[in-house]
Ligand binder design. Structure first.
Ligand code: FES
Ligand code: FE
Length: 455
């Protein structure tokens, strides 16, 4: 479907203004932009759905969304993973009425058509009277055309022309590996994900996790006031901003001195870190993980990862490494459902797992002390995005940090990883990378996969 005139105008503005560091405010609220995103971004890109440890046993399933559409992510009786559109082939009724579970089949509540966990139609009531002769094979639940896993992370794309997942991730795969592949035995989820609805636009989450470190000293000031994080604010602003691949960006808090005392490995316990090695990753990846205090990044479009040392109370408990994954699920131009998982390295002791889970729940979770810091401003970004005045007065938001002559950021020429890296986290090229790719994919013809330049 063609873009609305207003959506086309906003994308023209974005393309014209982004090189100067400006983004039109109305992309955070315009309904025409939002409808186009559902079709052109979420209908095409590789979208994160689940971690394999959530569906560890045959028959396990979870229900997850691509854009606004629900899919059953199931592991069939042979152990293979399927991503099935949750819409009965008879009248389109929602087949699966539970968020997660274990079942050998799914039975539609309307007339009882029944599907196996791999999506095949296996039967229906009164088959001999009503349906004898109809082709079962051709009437299974629809499957997402592309499903792939990367280090336990399950993604799907609704576009059969999508490049392989590894190619889509590009350099971002290298950085995800130094987190998810750091320990030989990998990671697992700690309990079910949290979900909460916020009246904001999904891009605010993606934008923030691409490397908005500048907000830490203001919005999250209380983190330092109560001593919840073990690195002083100014020191924590030192590190690298990385445009890993078109659309995918991340940030590391890291001292320039490689022998700085730490914390290392995102604050995970030394007893675990002793076992981190190069089984799955290179020396360079291991060295970056060792020196990193924080990893925060966004896989385009709406999958974010954060690892850092935190304490939920600052005084009673020493900070410990926490690992969280988020998705910013679009539910309308001004609404997101945030999904928040906590994970742990499998080789942590049970006691350490409990410690990291509690530290995560106490800080970056719906009931945590810092999560709501972020959602408050994002709500008002969405309000500005819907604003008539912003439209009439042509409000362009400032993303200039790190452009030539603006601020202290400088390109790093001996960075050992893929993509482009900038020193110090006072930098917004990571977000410009997000919006450059976003705009290109919004404009791309079906079947055409844009590659946008890194800065
Ligand atoms: Fe599902 Fe009729 S709508 S069985
Ligand atoms: Fe934040």
């Amino acid at each position: 479907p063609p873009l609305t005139n207003r959506a086309a105008e906003l994308l023209d503005q974005l393309d014209a203004n982004l090189p100067e560091g400006y983004v039109p405010a109305s992309i955070f609220g315009d309904p025409g932009i939002y409808q186009a995103e559902l079709r052109r971004i979420f209908g095409r890109a590789w979208v994160f759905l689940a971690h394999e440890s959530e569906i560890a046993a045959n028959g396990d399933y979870v229900v997850r969304a691509i854009g606004e559409d629900n899919f059953i992510v199931s592991r069939d009786e042979q152990g293979e993973i399927h991503v099935l559109l949750d819409a009965c082939r008879h009248r389109g009724v929602q087949v699966c009425r539970s968020d997660a579970g274990n079942s050998s089949h799914f039975r539609c509540p309307y007339h009882g058509w029944t599907y196996a966990s791999d999506g095949k139609l296996i039967g229906a009531p009164l088959w001999k009277h009503a349906l004898e002769g109809m082709d079962k094979e051709a009437n299974g639940l629809l499957k997402a055309p592309k499903v792939e896993s990367f280090l336990g992370l399950v993604f799907a794309s609704l576009d059969d022309t999508a490049p392989p997942l590894k190619e889509y991730l590009g350099g971002m795969g290298w950085y995800l590996s130094l987190l998810f592949g750091l320990d030989e035995d990998g990671v697992e989820v700690l309990g079910p994900p949290q979900r909460f609805v916020v009246e904001a636009n999904w891009k605010s989450g993606a934008d923030n996790f691409s490397g908005d470190d500048y907000h830490l000293g203001t919005l999250h000031r209380s983190v330092w006031d109560i001593g919840a994080f073990p690195v002083a604010f100014q020191d924590n602003m030192m590190g690298y901003h990385v445009q890993a691949a078109p659309g995918h960006s991340l940030s590391f808090s890291m001292a320039e001195d490689p022998d700085e005392p730490g914390p290392n490995f995102f604050g995970f316990p030394e007893s675990l870190a002793e076992h981190f090695d190069t089984t799955n990753i290179s020396e360079h990846q291991l060295e970056i993980a060792r020196r990193a205090r924080v990893f925060v990044g966004n896989v385009f479009p709406n999958f974010s990862v954060l690892a850092l040392p935190m304490s939920e109370d600052g005084e009673k408990h020493a900070p410990t490494g926490i690992l969280t994954m988020r998705t910013w699920q679009p539910k309308g131009p001004g609404k997101i459902e945030i999904w928040n998982w906590f994970l742990a390295y499998k080789n942590l002791s049970d006691e350490q797992k409990e410690r990291t889970y509690k530290a995560g729940l106490g800080t970056f979770s719906v009931g945590g002390s810092f999560e709501m810091d972020d959602t408050e401003p994002w709500i008002t970004v969405g309000r500005t995005g819907r604003s008539v005045a912003a439209e009439l007065m042509d409000l362009q938001l400032n993303y200039k940090m790190g452009l030539p002559g603006v601020g202290i950021a400088r390109e790093v020429d001996d960075w050992p990883g893929p993509g482009k890296a900038y020193w110090s986290r006072y930098e917004e090229g990571v977000q410009r990378n997000l919006y450059r790719y976003y705009s290109a994919l919004m404009r791309a013809e079906d079947g055409e996969w844009p590659v946008t330049p890194l800065e």
